[in-house]
Design a protein around this ligand. Structure first.
Ligand SMILES: Nc1ncnc2c1ncn2[C@@H]1O[C@H](COP(=O)(O)OP(=O)(O)OP(=O)(O)O)[C@@H](O)[C@H]1O
Length: 284
């Protein structure tokens, strides 16, 4: 699904002053180098001014006193499919966790569907229609498949039977295995259960952290196909993926994150064909 994008090439982040060497203190010089690197990387980002479902601006966040994200900008429009790629440790998962209220919020803004969710906790955020599937420990291993799906709807007063049917229709293996303990499912089945559980609340945006991680190659394609289906049925998707080429091939827009900051943002196919992005981040 294509976003109604009017990206205009405008730089979204001030480049900041180039670092000057003010003394001989090696710690200070290292800090200045890091600041300069981040500032220079930031200038390559363009702001996407889509009518946002999710709009993240100048987000600083981390863990306790440790700041990981530095002035992150990110947009997801209604029904859009957006991926975040980048090297290990760039902060991709931290972006998602921060949107879902699982990190220390340090500054900036996060608006979701007209609500200010910055600094809110996941229990509040989930009510606004945001689903999140973490990479690990994303099912209750000791509960059955069906119980896991029922847990997905725990905030509702009335159990959504029709939603359960829709999830079973989307992932027939879950219907077949509904009495089986989640901990005995294969990796791919478990991933589908985790997605199914998030879909029980019919989220407007589904955030997926490395859904293809650990899957056999033939299952990776199937997983991406399922995600395409979810998006084509109207749910916006924000996905972090190591399988960057395939993710960029399938998405509407992508972000490349480096060192906790925005580095590139553009349509998926533009990023795929960008020489610099290919050489630096997609293995040539
Ligand atoms: N719970 C945590 N406590 C402290 N630091 C953390 C925590 N989780 C992540 N970090 C640190 O935050 C930084 C970014 O991690 P993050 O997992 O967001 O990166 P990533 O881009 O998703 O990496 P990968 O592709 O390897 O999964 C790393 O330096 C990491 O060590």
């Amino acid at each position: 699904m294509s976003a109604d994008s009017d990206a205009d090439g405008e730089s979204s982040v001030e480049s900041g002053a180039a670092a000057e060497t003010l003394g001989d203190d090696p710690d200070q010089q290292a800090a200045e180098r890091e600041t300069a690197e981040r500032a220079s990387a930031s200038t390559e980002t363009t702001r996407h001014d889509a009518d946002g479902l999710l709009a993240v601006r100048d987000l600083d966040a981390g863990y306790g006193d440790l700041q990981v994200l530095d002035a992150i900008d990110l947009d997801v429009a209604d029904g859009e499919y957006v991926v975040i790629v980048g090297p290990n440790g760039a902060g991709k998962s931290t972006v998602m966790k921060s949107v879902f209220g699982l990190t220390t919020f340090m500054g900036g803004s996060i608006d979701f569907d007209g609500n200010d969710i910055a600094g809110k906790n996941p229990e509040d955020i989930i009510h606004h229609g945001l689903g999140y599937v973490p990479q690990n420990e994303n099912v209750f291993a000791g509960l059955s498949v069906r119980e896991n799906l029922e847990m997905g709807a725990y905030i509702l007063d009335e159990f959504p039977d029709e939603r359960l049917d829709e999830v079973f229709d989307r992932f027939p293996i879950l219907r077949e295995r509904q009495g089986q303990k989640a901990g005995t499912l294969s990796g791919g089945q478990r991933q589908m259960l985790a997605m199914g559980r998030a879909l029980m609340l019919d989220p407007k945006l589904l955030m997926l952290d490395e859904p293809s991680a650990g899957l056999a190659p033939d299952l990776v394609d199937e997983m991406f196909d399922r995600i395409d289906d979810i998006n084509e049925s109207g749910t916006a998707v924000l996905m972090v993926e190591q399988n960057a080429k395939e993710a960029l091939r399938r998405c509407d827009r992508g972000y490349v994150l480096v060192n906790g900051g925005n580095r590139f943002e553009d349509d998926g196919d533009v990023l795929l064909n960008d020489e610099e992005v290919r050489q630096e981040f997609l293995g040539g």
